[in-house]
Design a protein around this ligand. Structure first.
Ligand code: ATP
Length: 347
């Protein structure tokens, strides 16, 4: 089922948790809602789920307006960060819960429910675990069961709110790869809330970057990483170097150097140049922006430098492949910086 969000707004005592949010999610897509704490991710997910009513705007499932429907009427699957399994029920009973609690007319018979549970236990790779109780499972296993429970009802959309947030880093990485594979098998339309950019980049078909209740950018992981639409996205996704300078007559000026603007749409005035660590080349001090080497690390042919540029508030990081014969610059020495790929934004 495809999903459409139109001009959603939600305020809490004057503060906009969601501000005129528009979003289209295609059937079968896995979309990550990414943003720092307080950016509105959970509020958006809850409004889509029907757990929270918006002050304005609409939620459409396909062509149907679902804005006024309850959670149950929307038939969404929801998984929270903290395991919300029923402790007194076995794994199989937990998974069957959504089907068993349907009104009699729409409730499948016992044998059908049992088959569905078996199928889902297989899908989450816990085929022998149906008779266990939640307390007999690891954190990662609990979240897989929670996912099976959400999938059991064949939800219109699957909504995941930091489902792996409470797990340790290694399990998180395993589970997000597993979720990606699962998604490829089920083709279930999914929205996934995370504040972890790596998780979003690895998992999602598309990423929605939120900031103060607004959408800052929507794009594929490649688009978000390679063509950030704003300084905020550049800084939030991946590592970013920032150089403060000025735009004058269509050029970015810093410490006596003039650098052409990649996109010539920045007005004259204070500006910042953003570049990834691997998108700045080392040069001689005369040829580039002079930078003092603070620290240098070499791993096989990769060299990483920590640098300081006079007058800049933030240190810089450079990451490059050394050509044969190149030695690692010594801390205390000065090199030049030549930005290769970058964006300039007005400060
Ligand atoms: N029940 C509430 N009462 C008052 N303010 C709220 C309530 N729920 C959320 N907010 C506010 O709305 C804004 C968005 O909150 P939301 O929980 O959606 O952010 P989030 O991006 O999910 O953050 P986190 O990653 O910390 O969960 C925040 O400023 C938050 O303080």
């Amino acid at each position: 089922m495809d999903l459409h969000i139109r001009q959603l707004g939600k305020r809490y005592s004057g503060v906009a948790a969601l501000d005129r949010v528009d979003l289209d999610v295609a059937a079968g897509e896995l979309v990550a809602l990414l943003g720092p704490s307080g950016s509105g991710k959970t509020t958006l997910l809850r409004v889509i789920a029907g757990l929270l009513h918006p002050d304005e705007g609409r939620v459409l499932f396909g062509a149907d307006d679902a804005t006024r429907l309850s959670l149950r009427e929307r038939n969404v699957g929801f998984v929270f960060q903290h395991y919300a399994l029923f402790k007194h029920m076995t794994v199989a009973e937990n998974i069957a819960f959504g089907l068993r609690s349907r009104p009699r007319k729409r409730r499948p018979d016992k044998a059908t429910i049992a088959r569905r549970v078996e199928e889902l236990l297989g899908l989450i790779q816990l085929p022998e675990f149906g008779g266990r109780y939640p307390e007999q499972l690891s954190g990662g296993q609990k979240q897989r069961v929670a996912l099976a429970r959400a999938l059991a009802i064949d939800p219109t959309v699957l909504l995941l709110d930091e489902p792996f947030g409470a797990l340790d880093a290694k399990v998180r990485v395993e589970l997000r790869r597993w979720l990606r594979q699962l998604h490829e098998r089920t083709g279930q339309t999914t929205l996934f809330v995370t504040h972890d950019q790596e998780e979003a980049l690895e998992l999602a078909d598309r990423i929605v970057v939120l900031r103060d209740g607004r959408i800052e950018q929507v794009g594929t992981p490649d688009e978000i990483y390679s063509s950030p639409a704003s300084d905020y996205v550049f800084d939030f996704i991946g590592r970013a170097n920032v150089l403060e300078g000025r735009v004058e007559q269509g050029q970015f000026r810093i410490a006596g150097h003039a650098i052409a603007l990649a996109a010539p749409d920045v007005a004259d005035g204070p500006a910042r140049l953003y570049a990834r660590p691997h998108d700045i080349a080392p040069a001689t001090p005369e040829a580039g922006i002079a930078a003092l080497v603070i620290a240098a690390h070499r791993l096989a042919d990769r060299i990483t430098l920590e640098l300081a540029v006079e007058g800049q508030s933030r240190p810089l990081e450079l990451d490059f492949v050394a050509s044969p014969g190149v030695t690692t610059p010594a801390p205390g020495s000065t090199i030049g910086l030549e930005p290769l790929r970058y964006r300039v934004f007005a400060a």
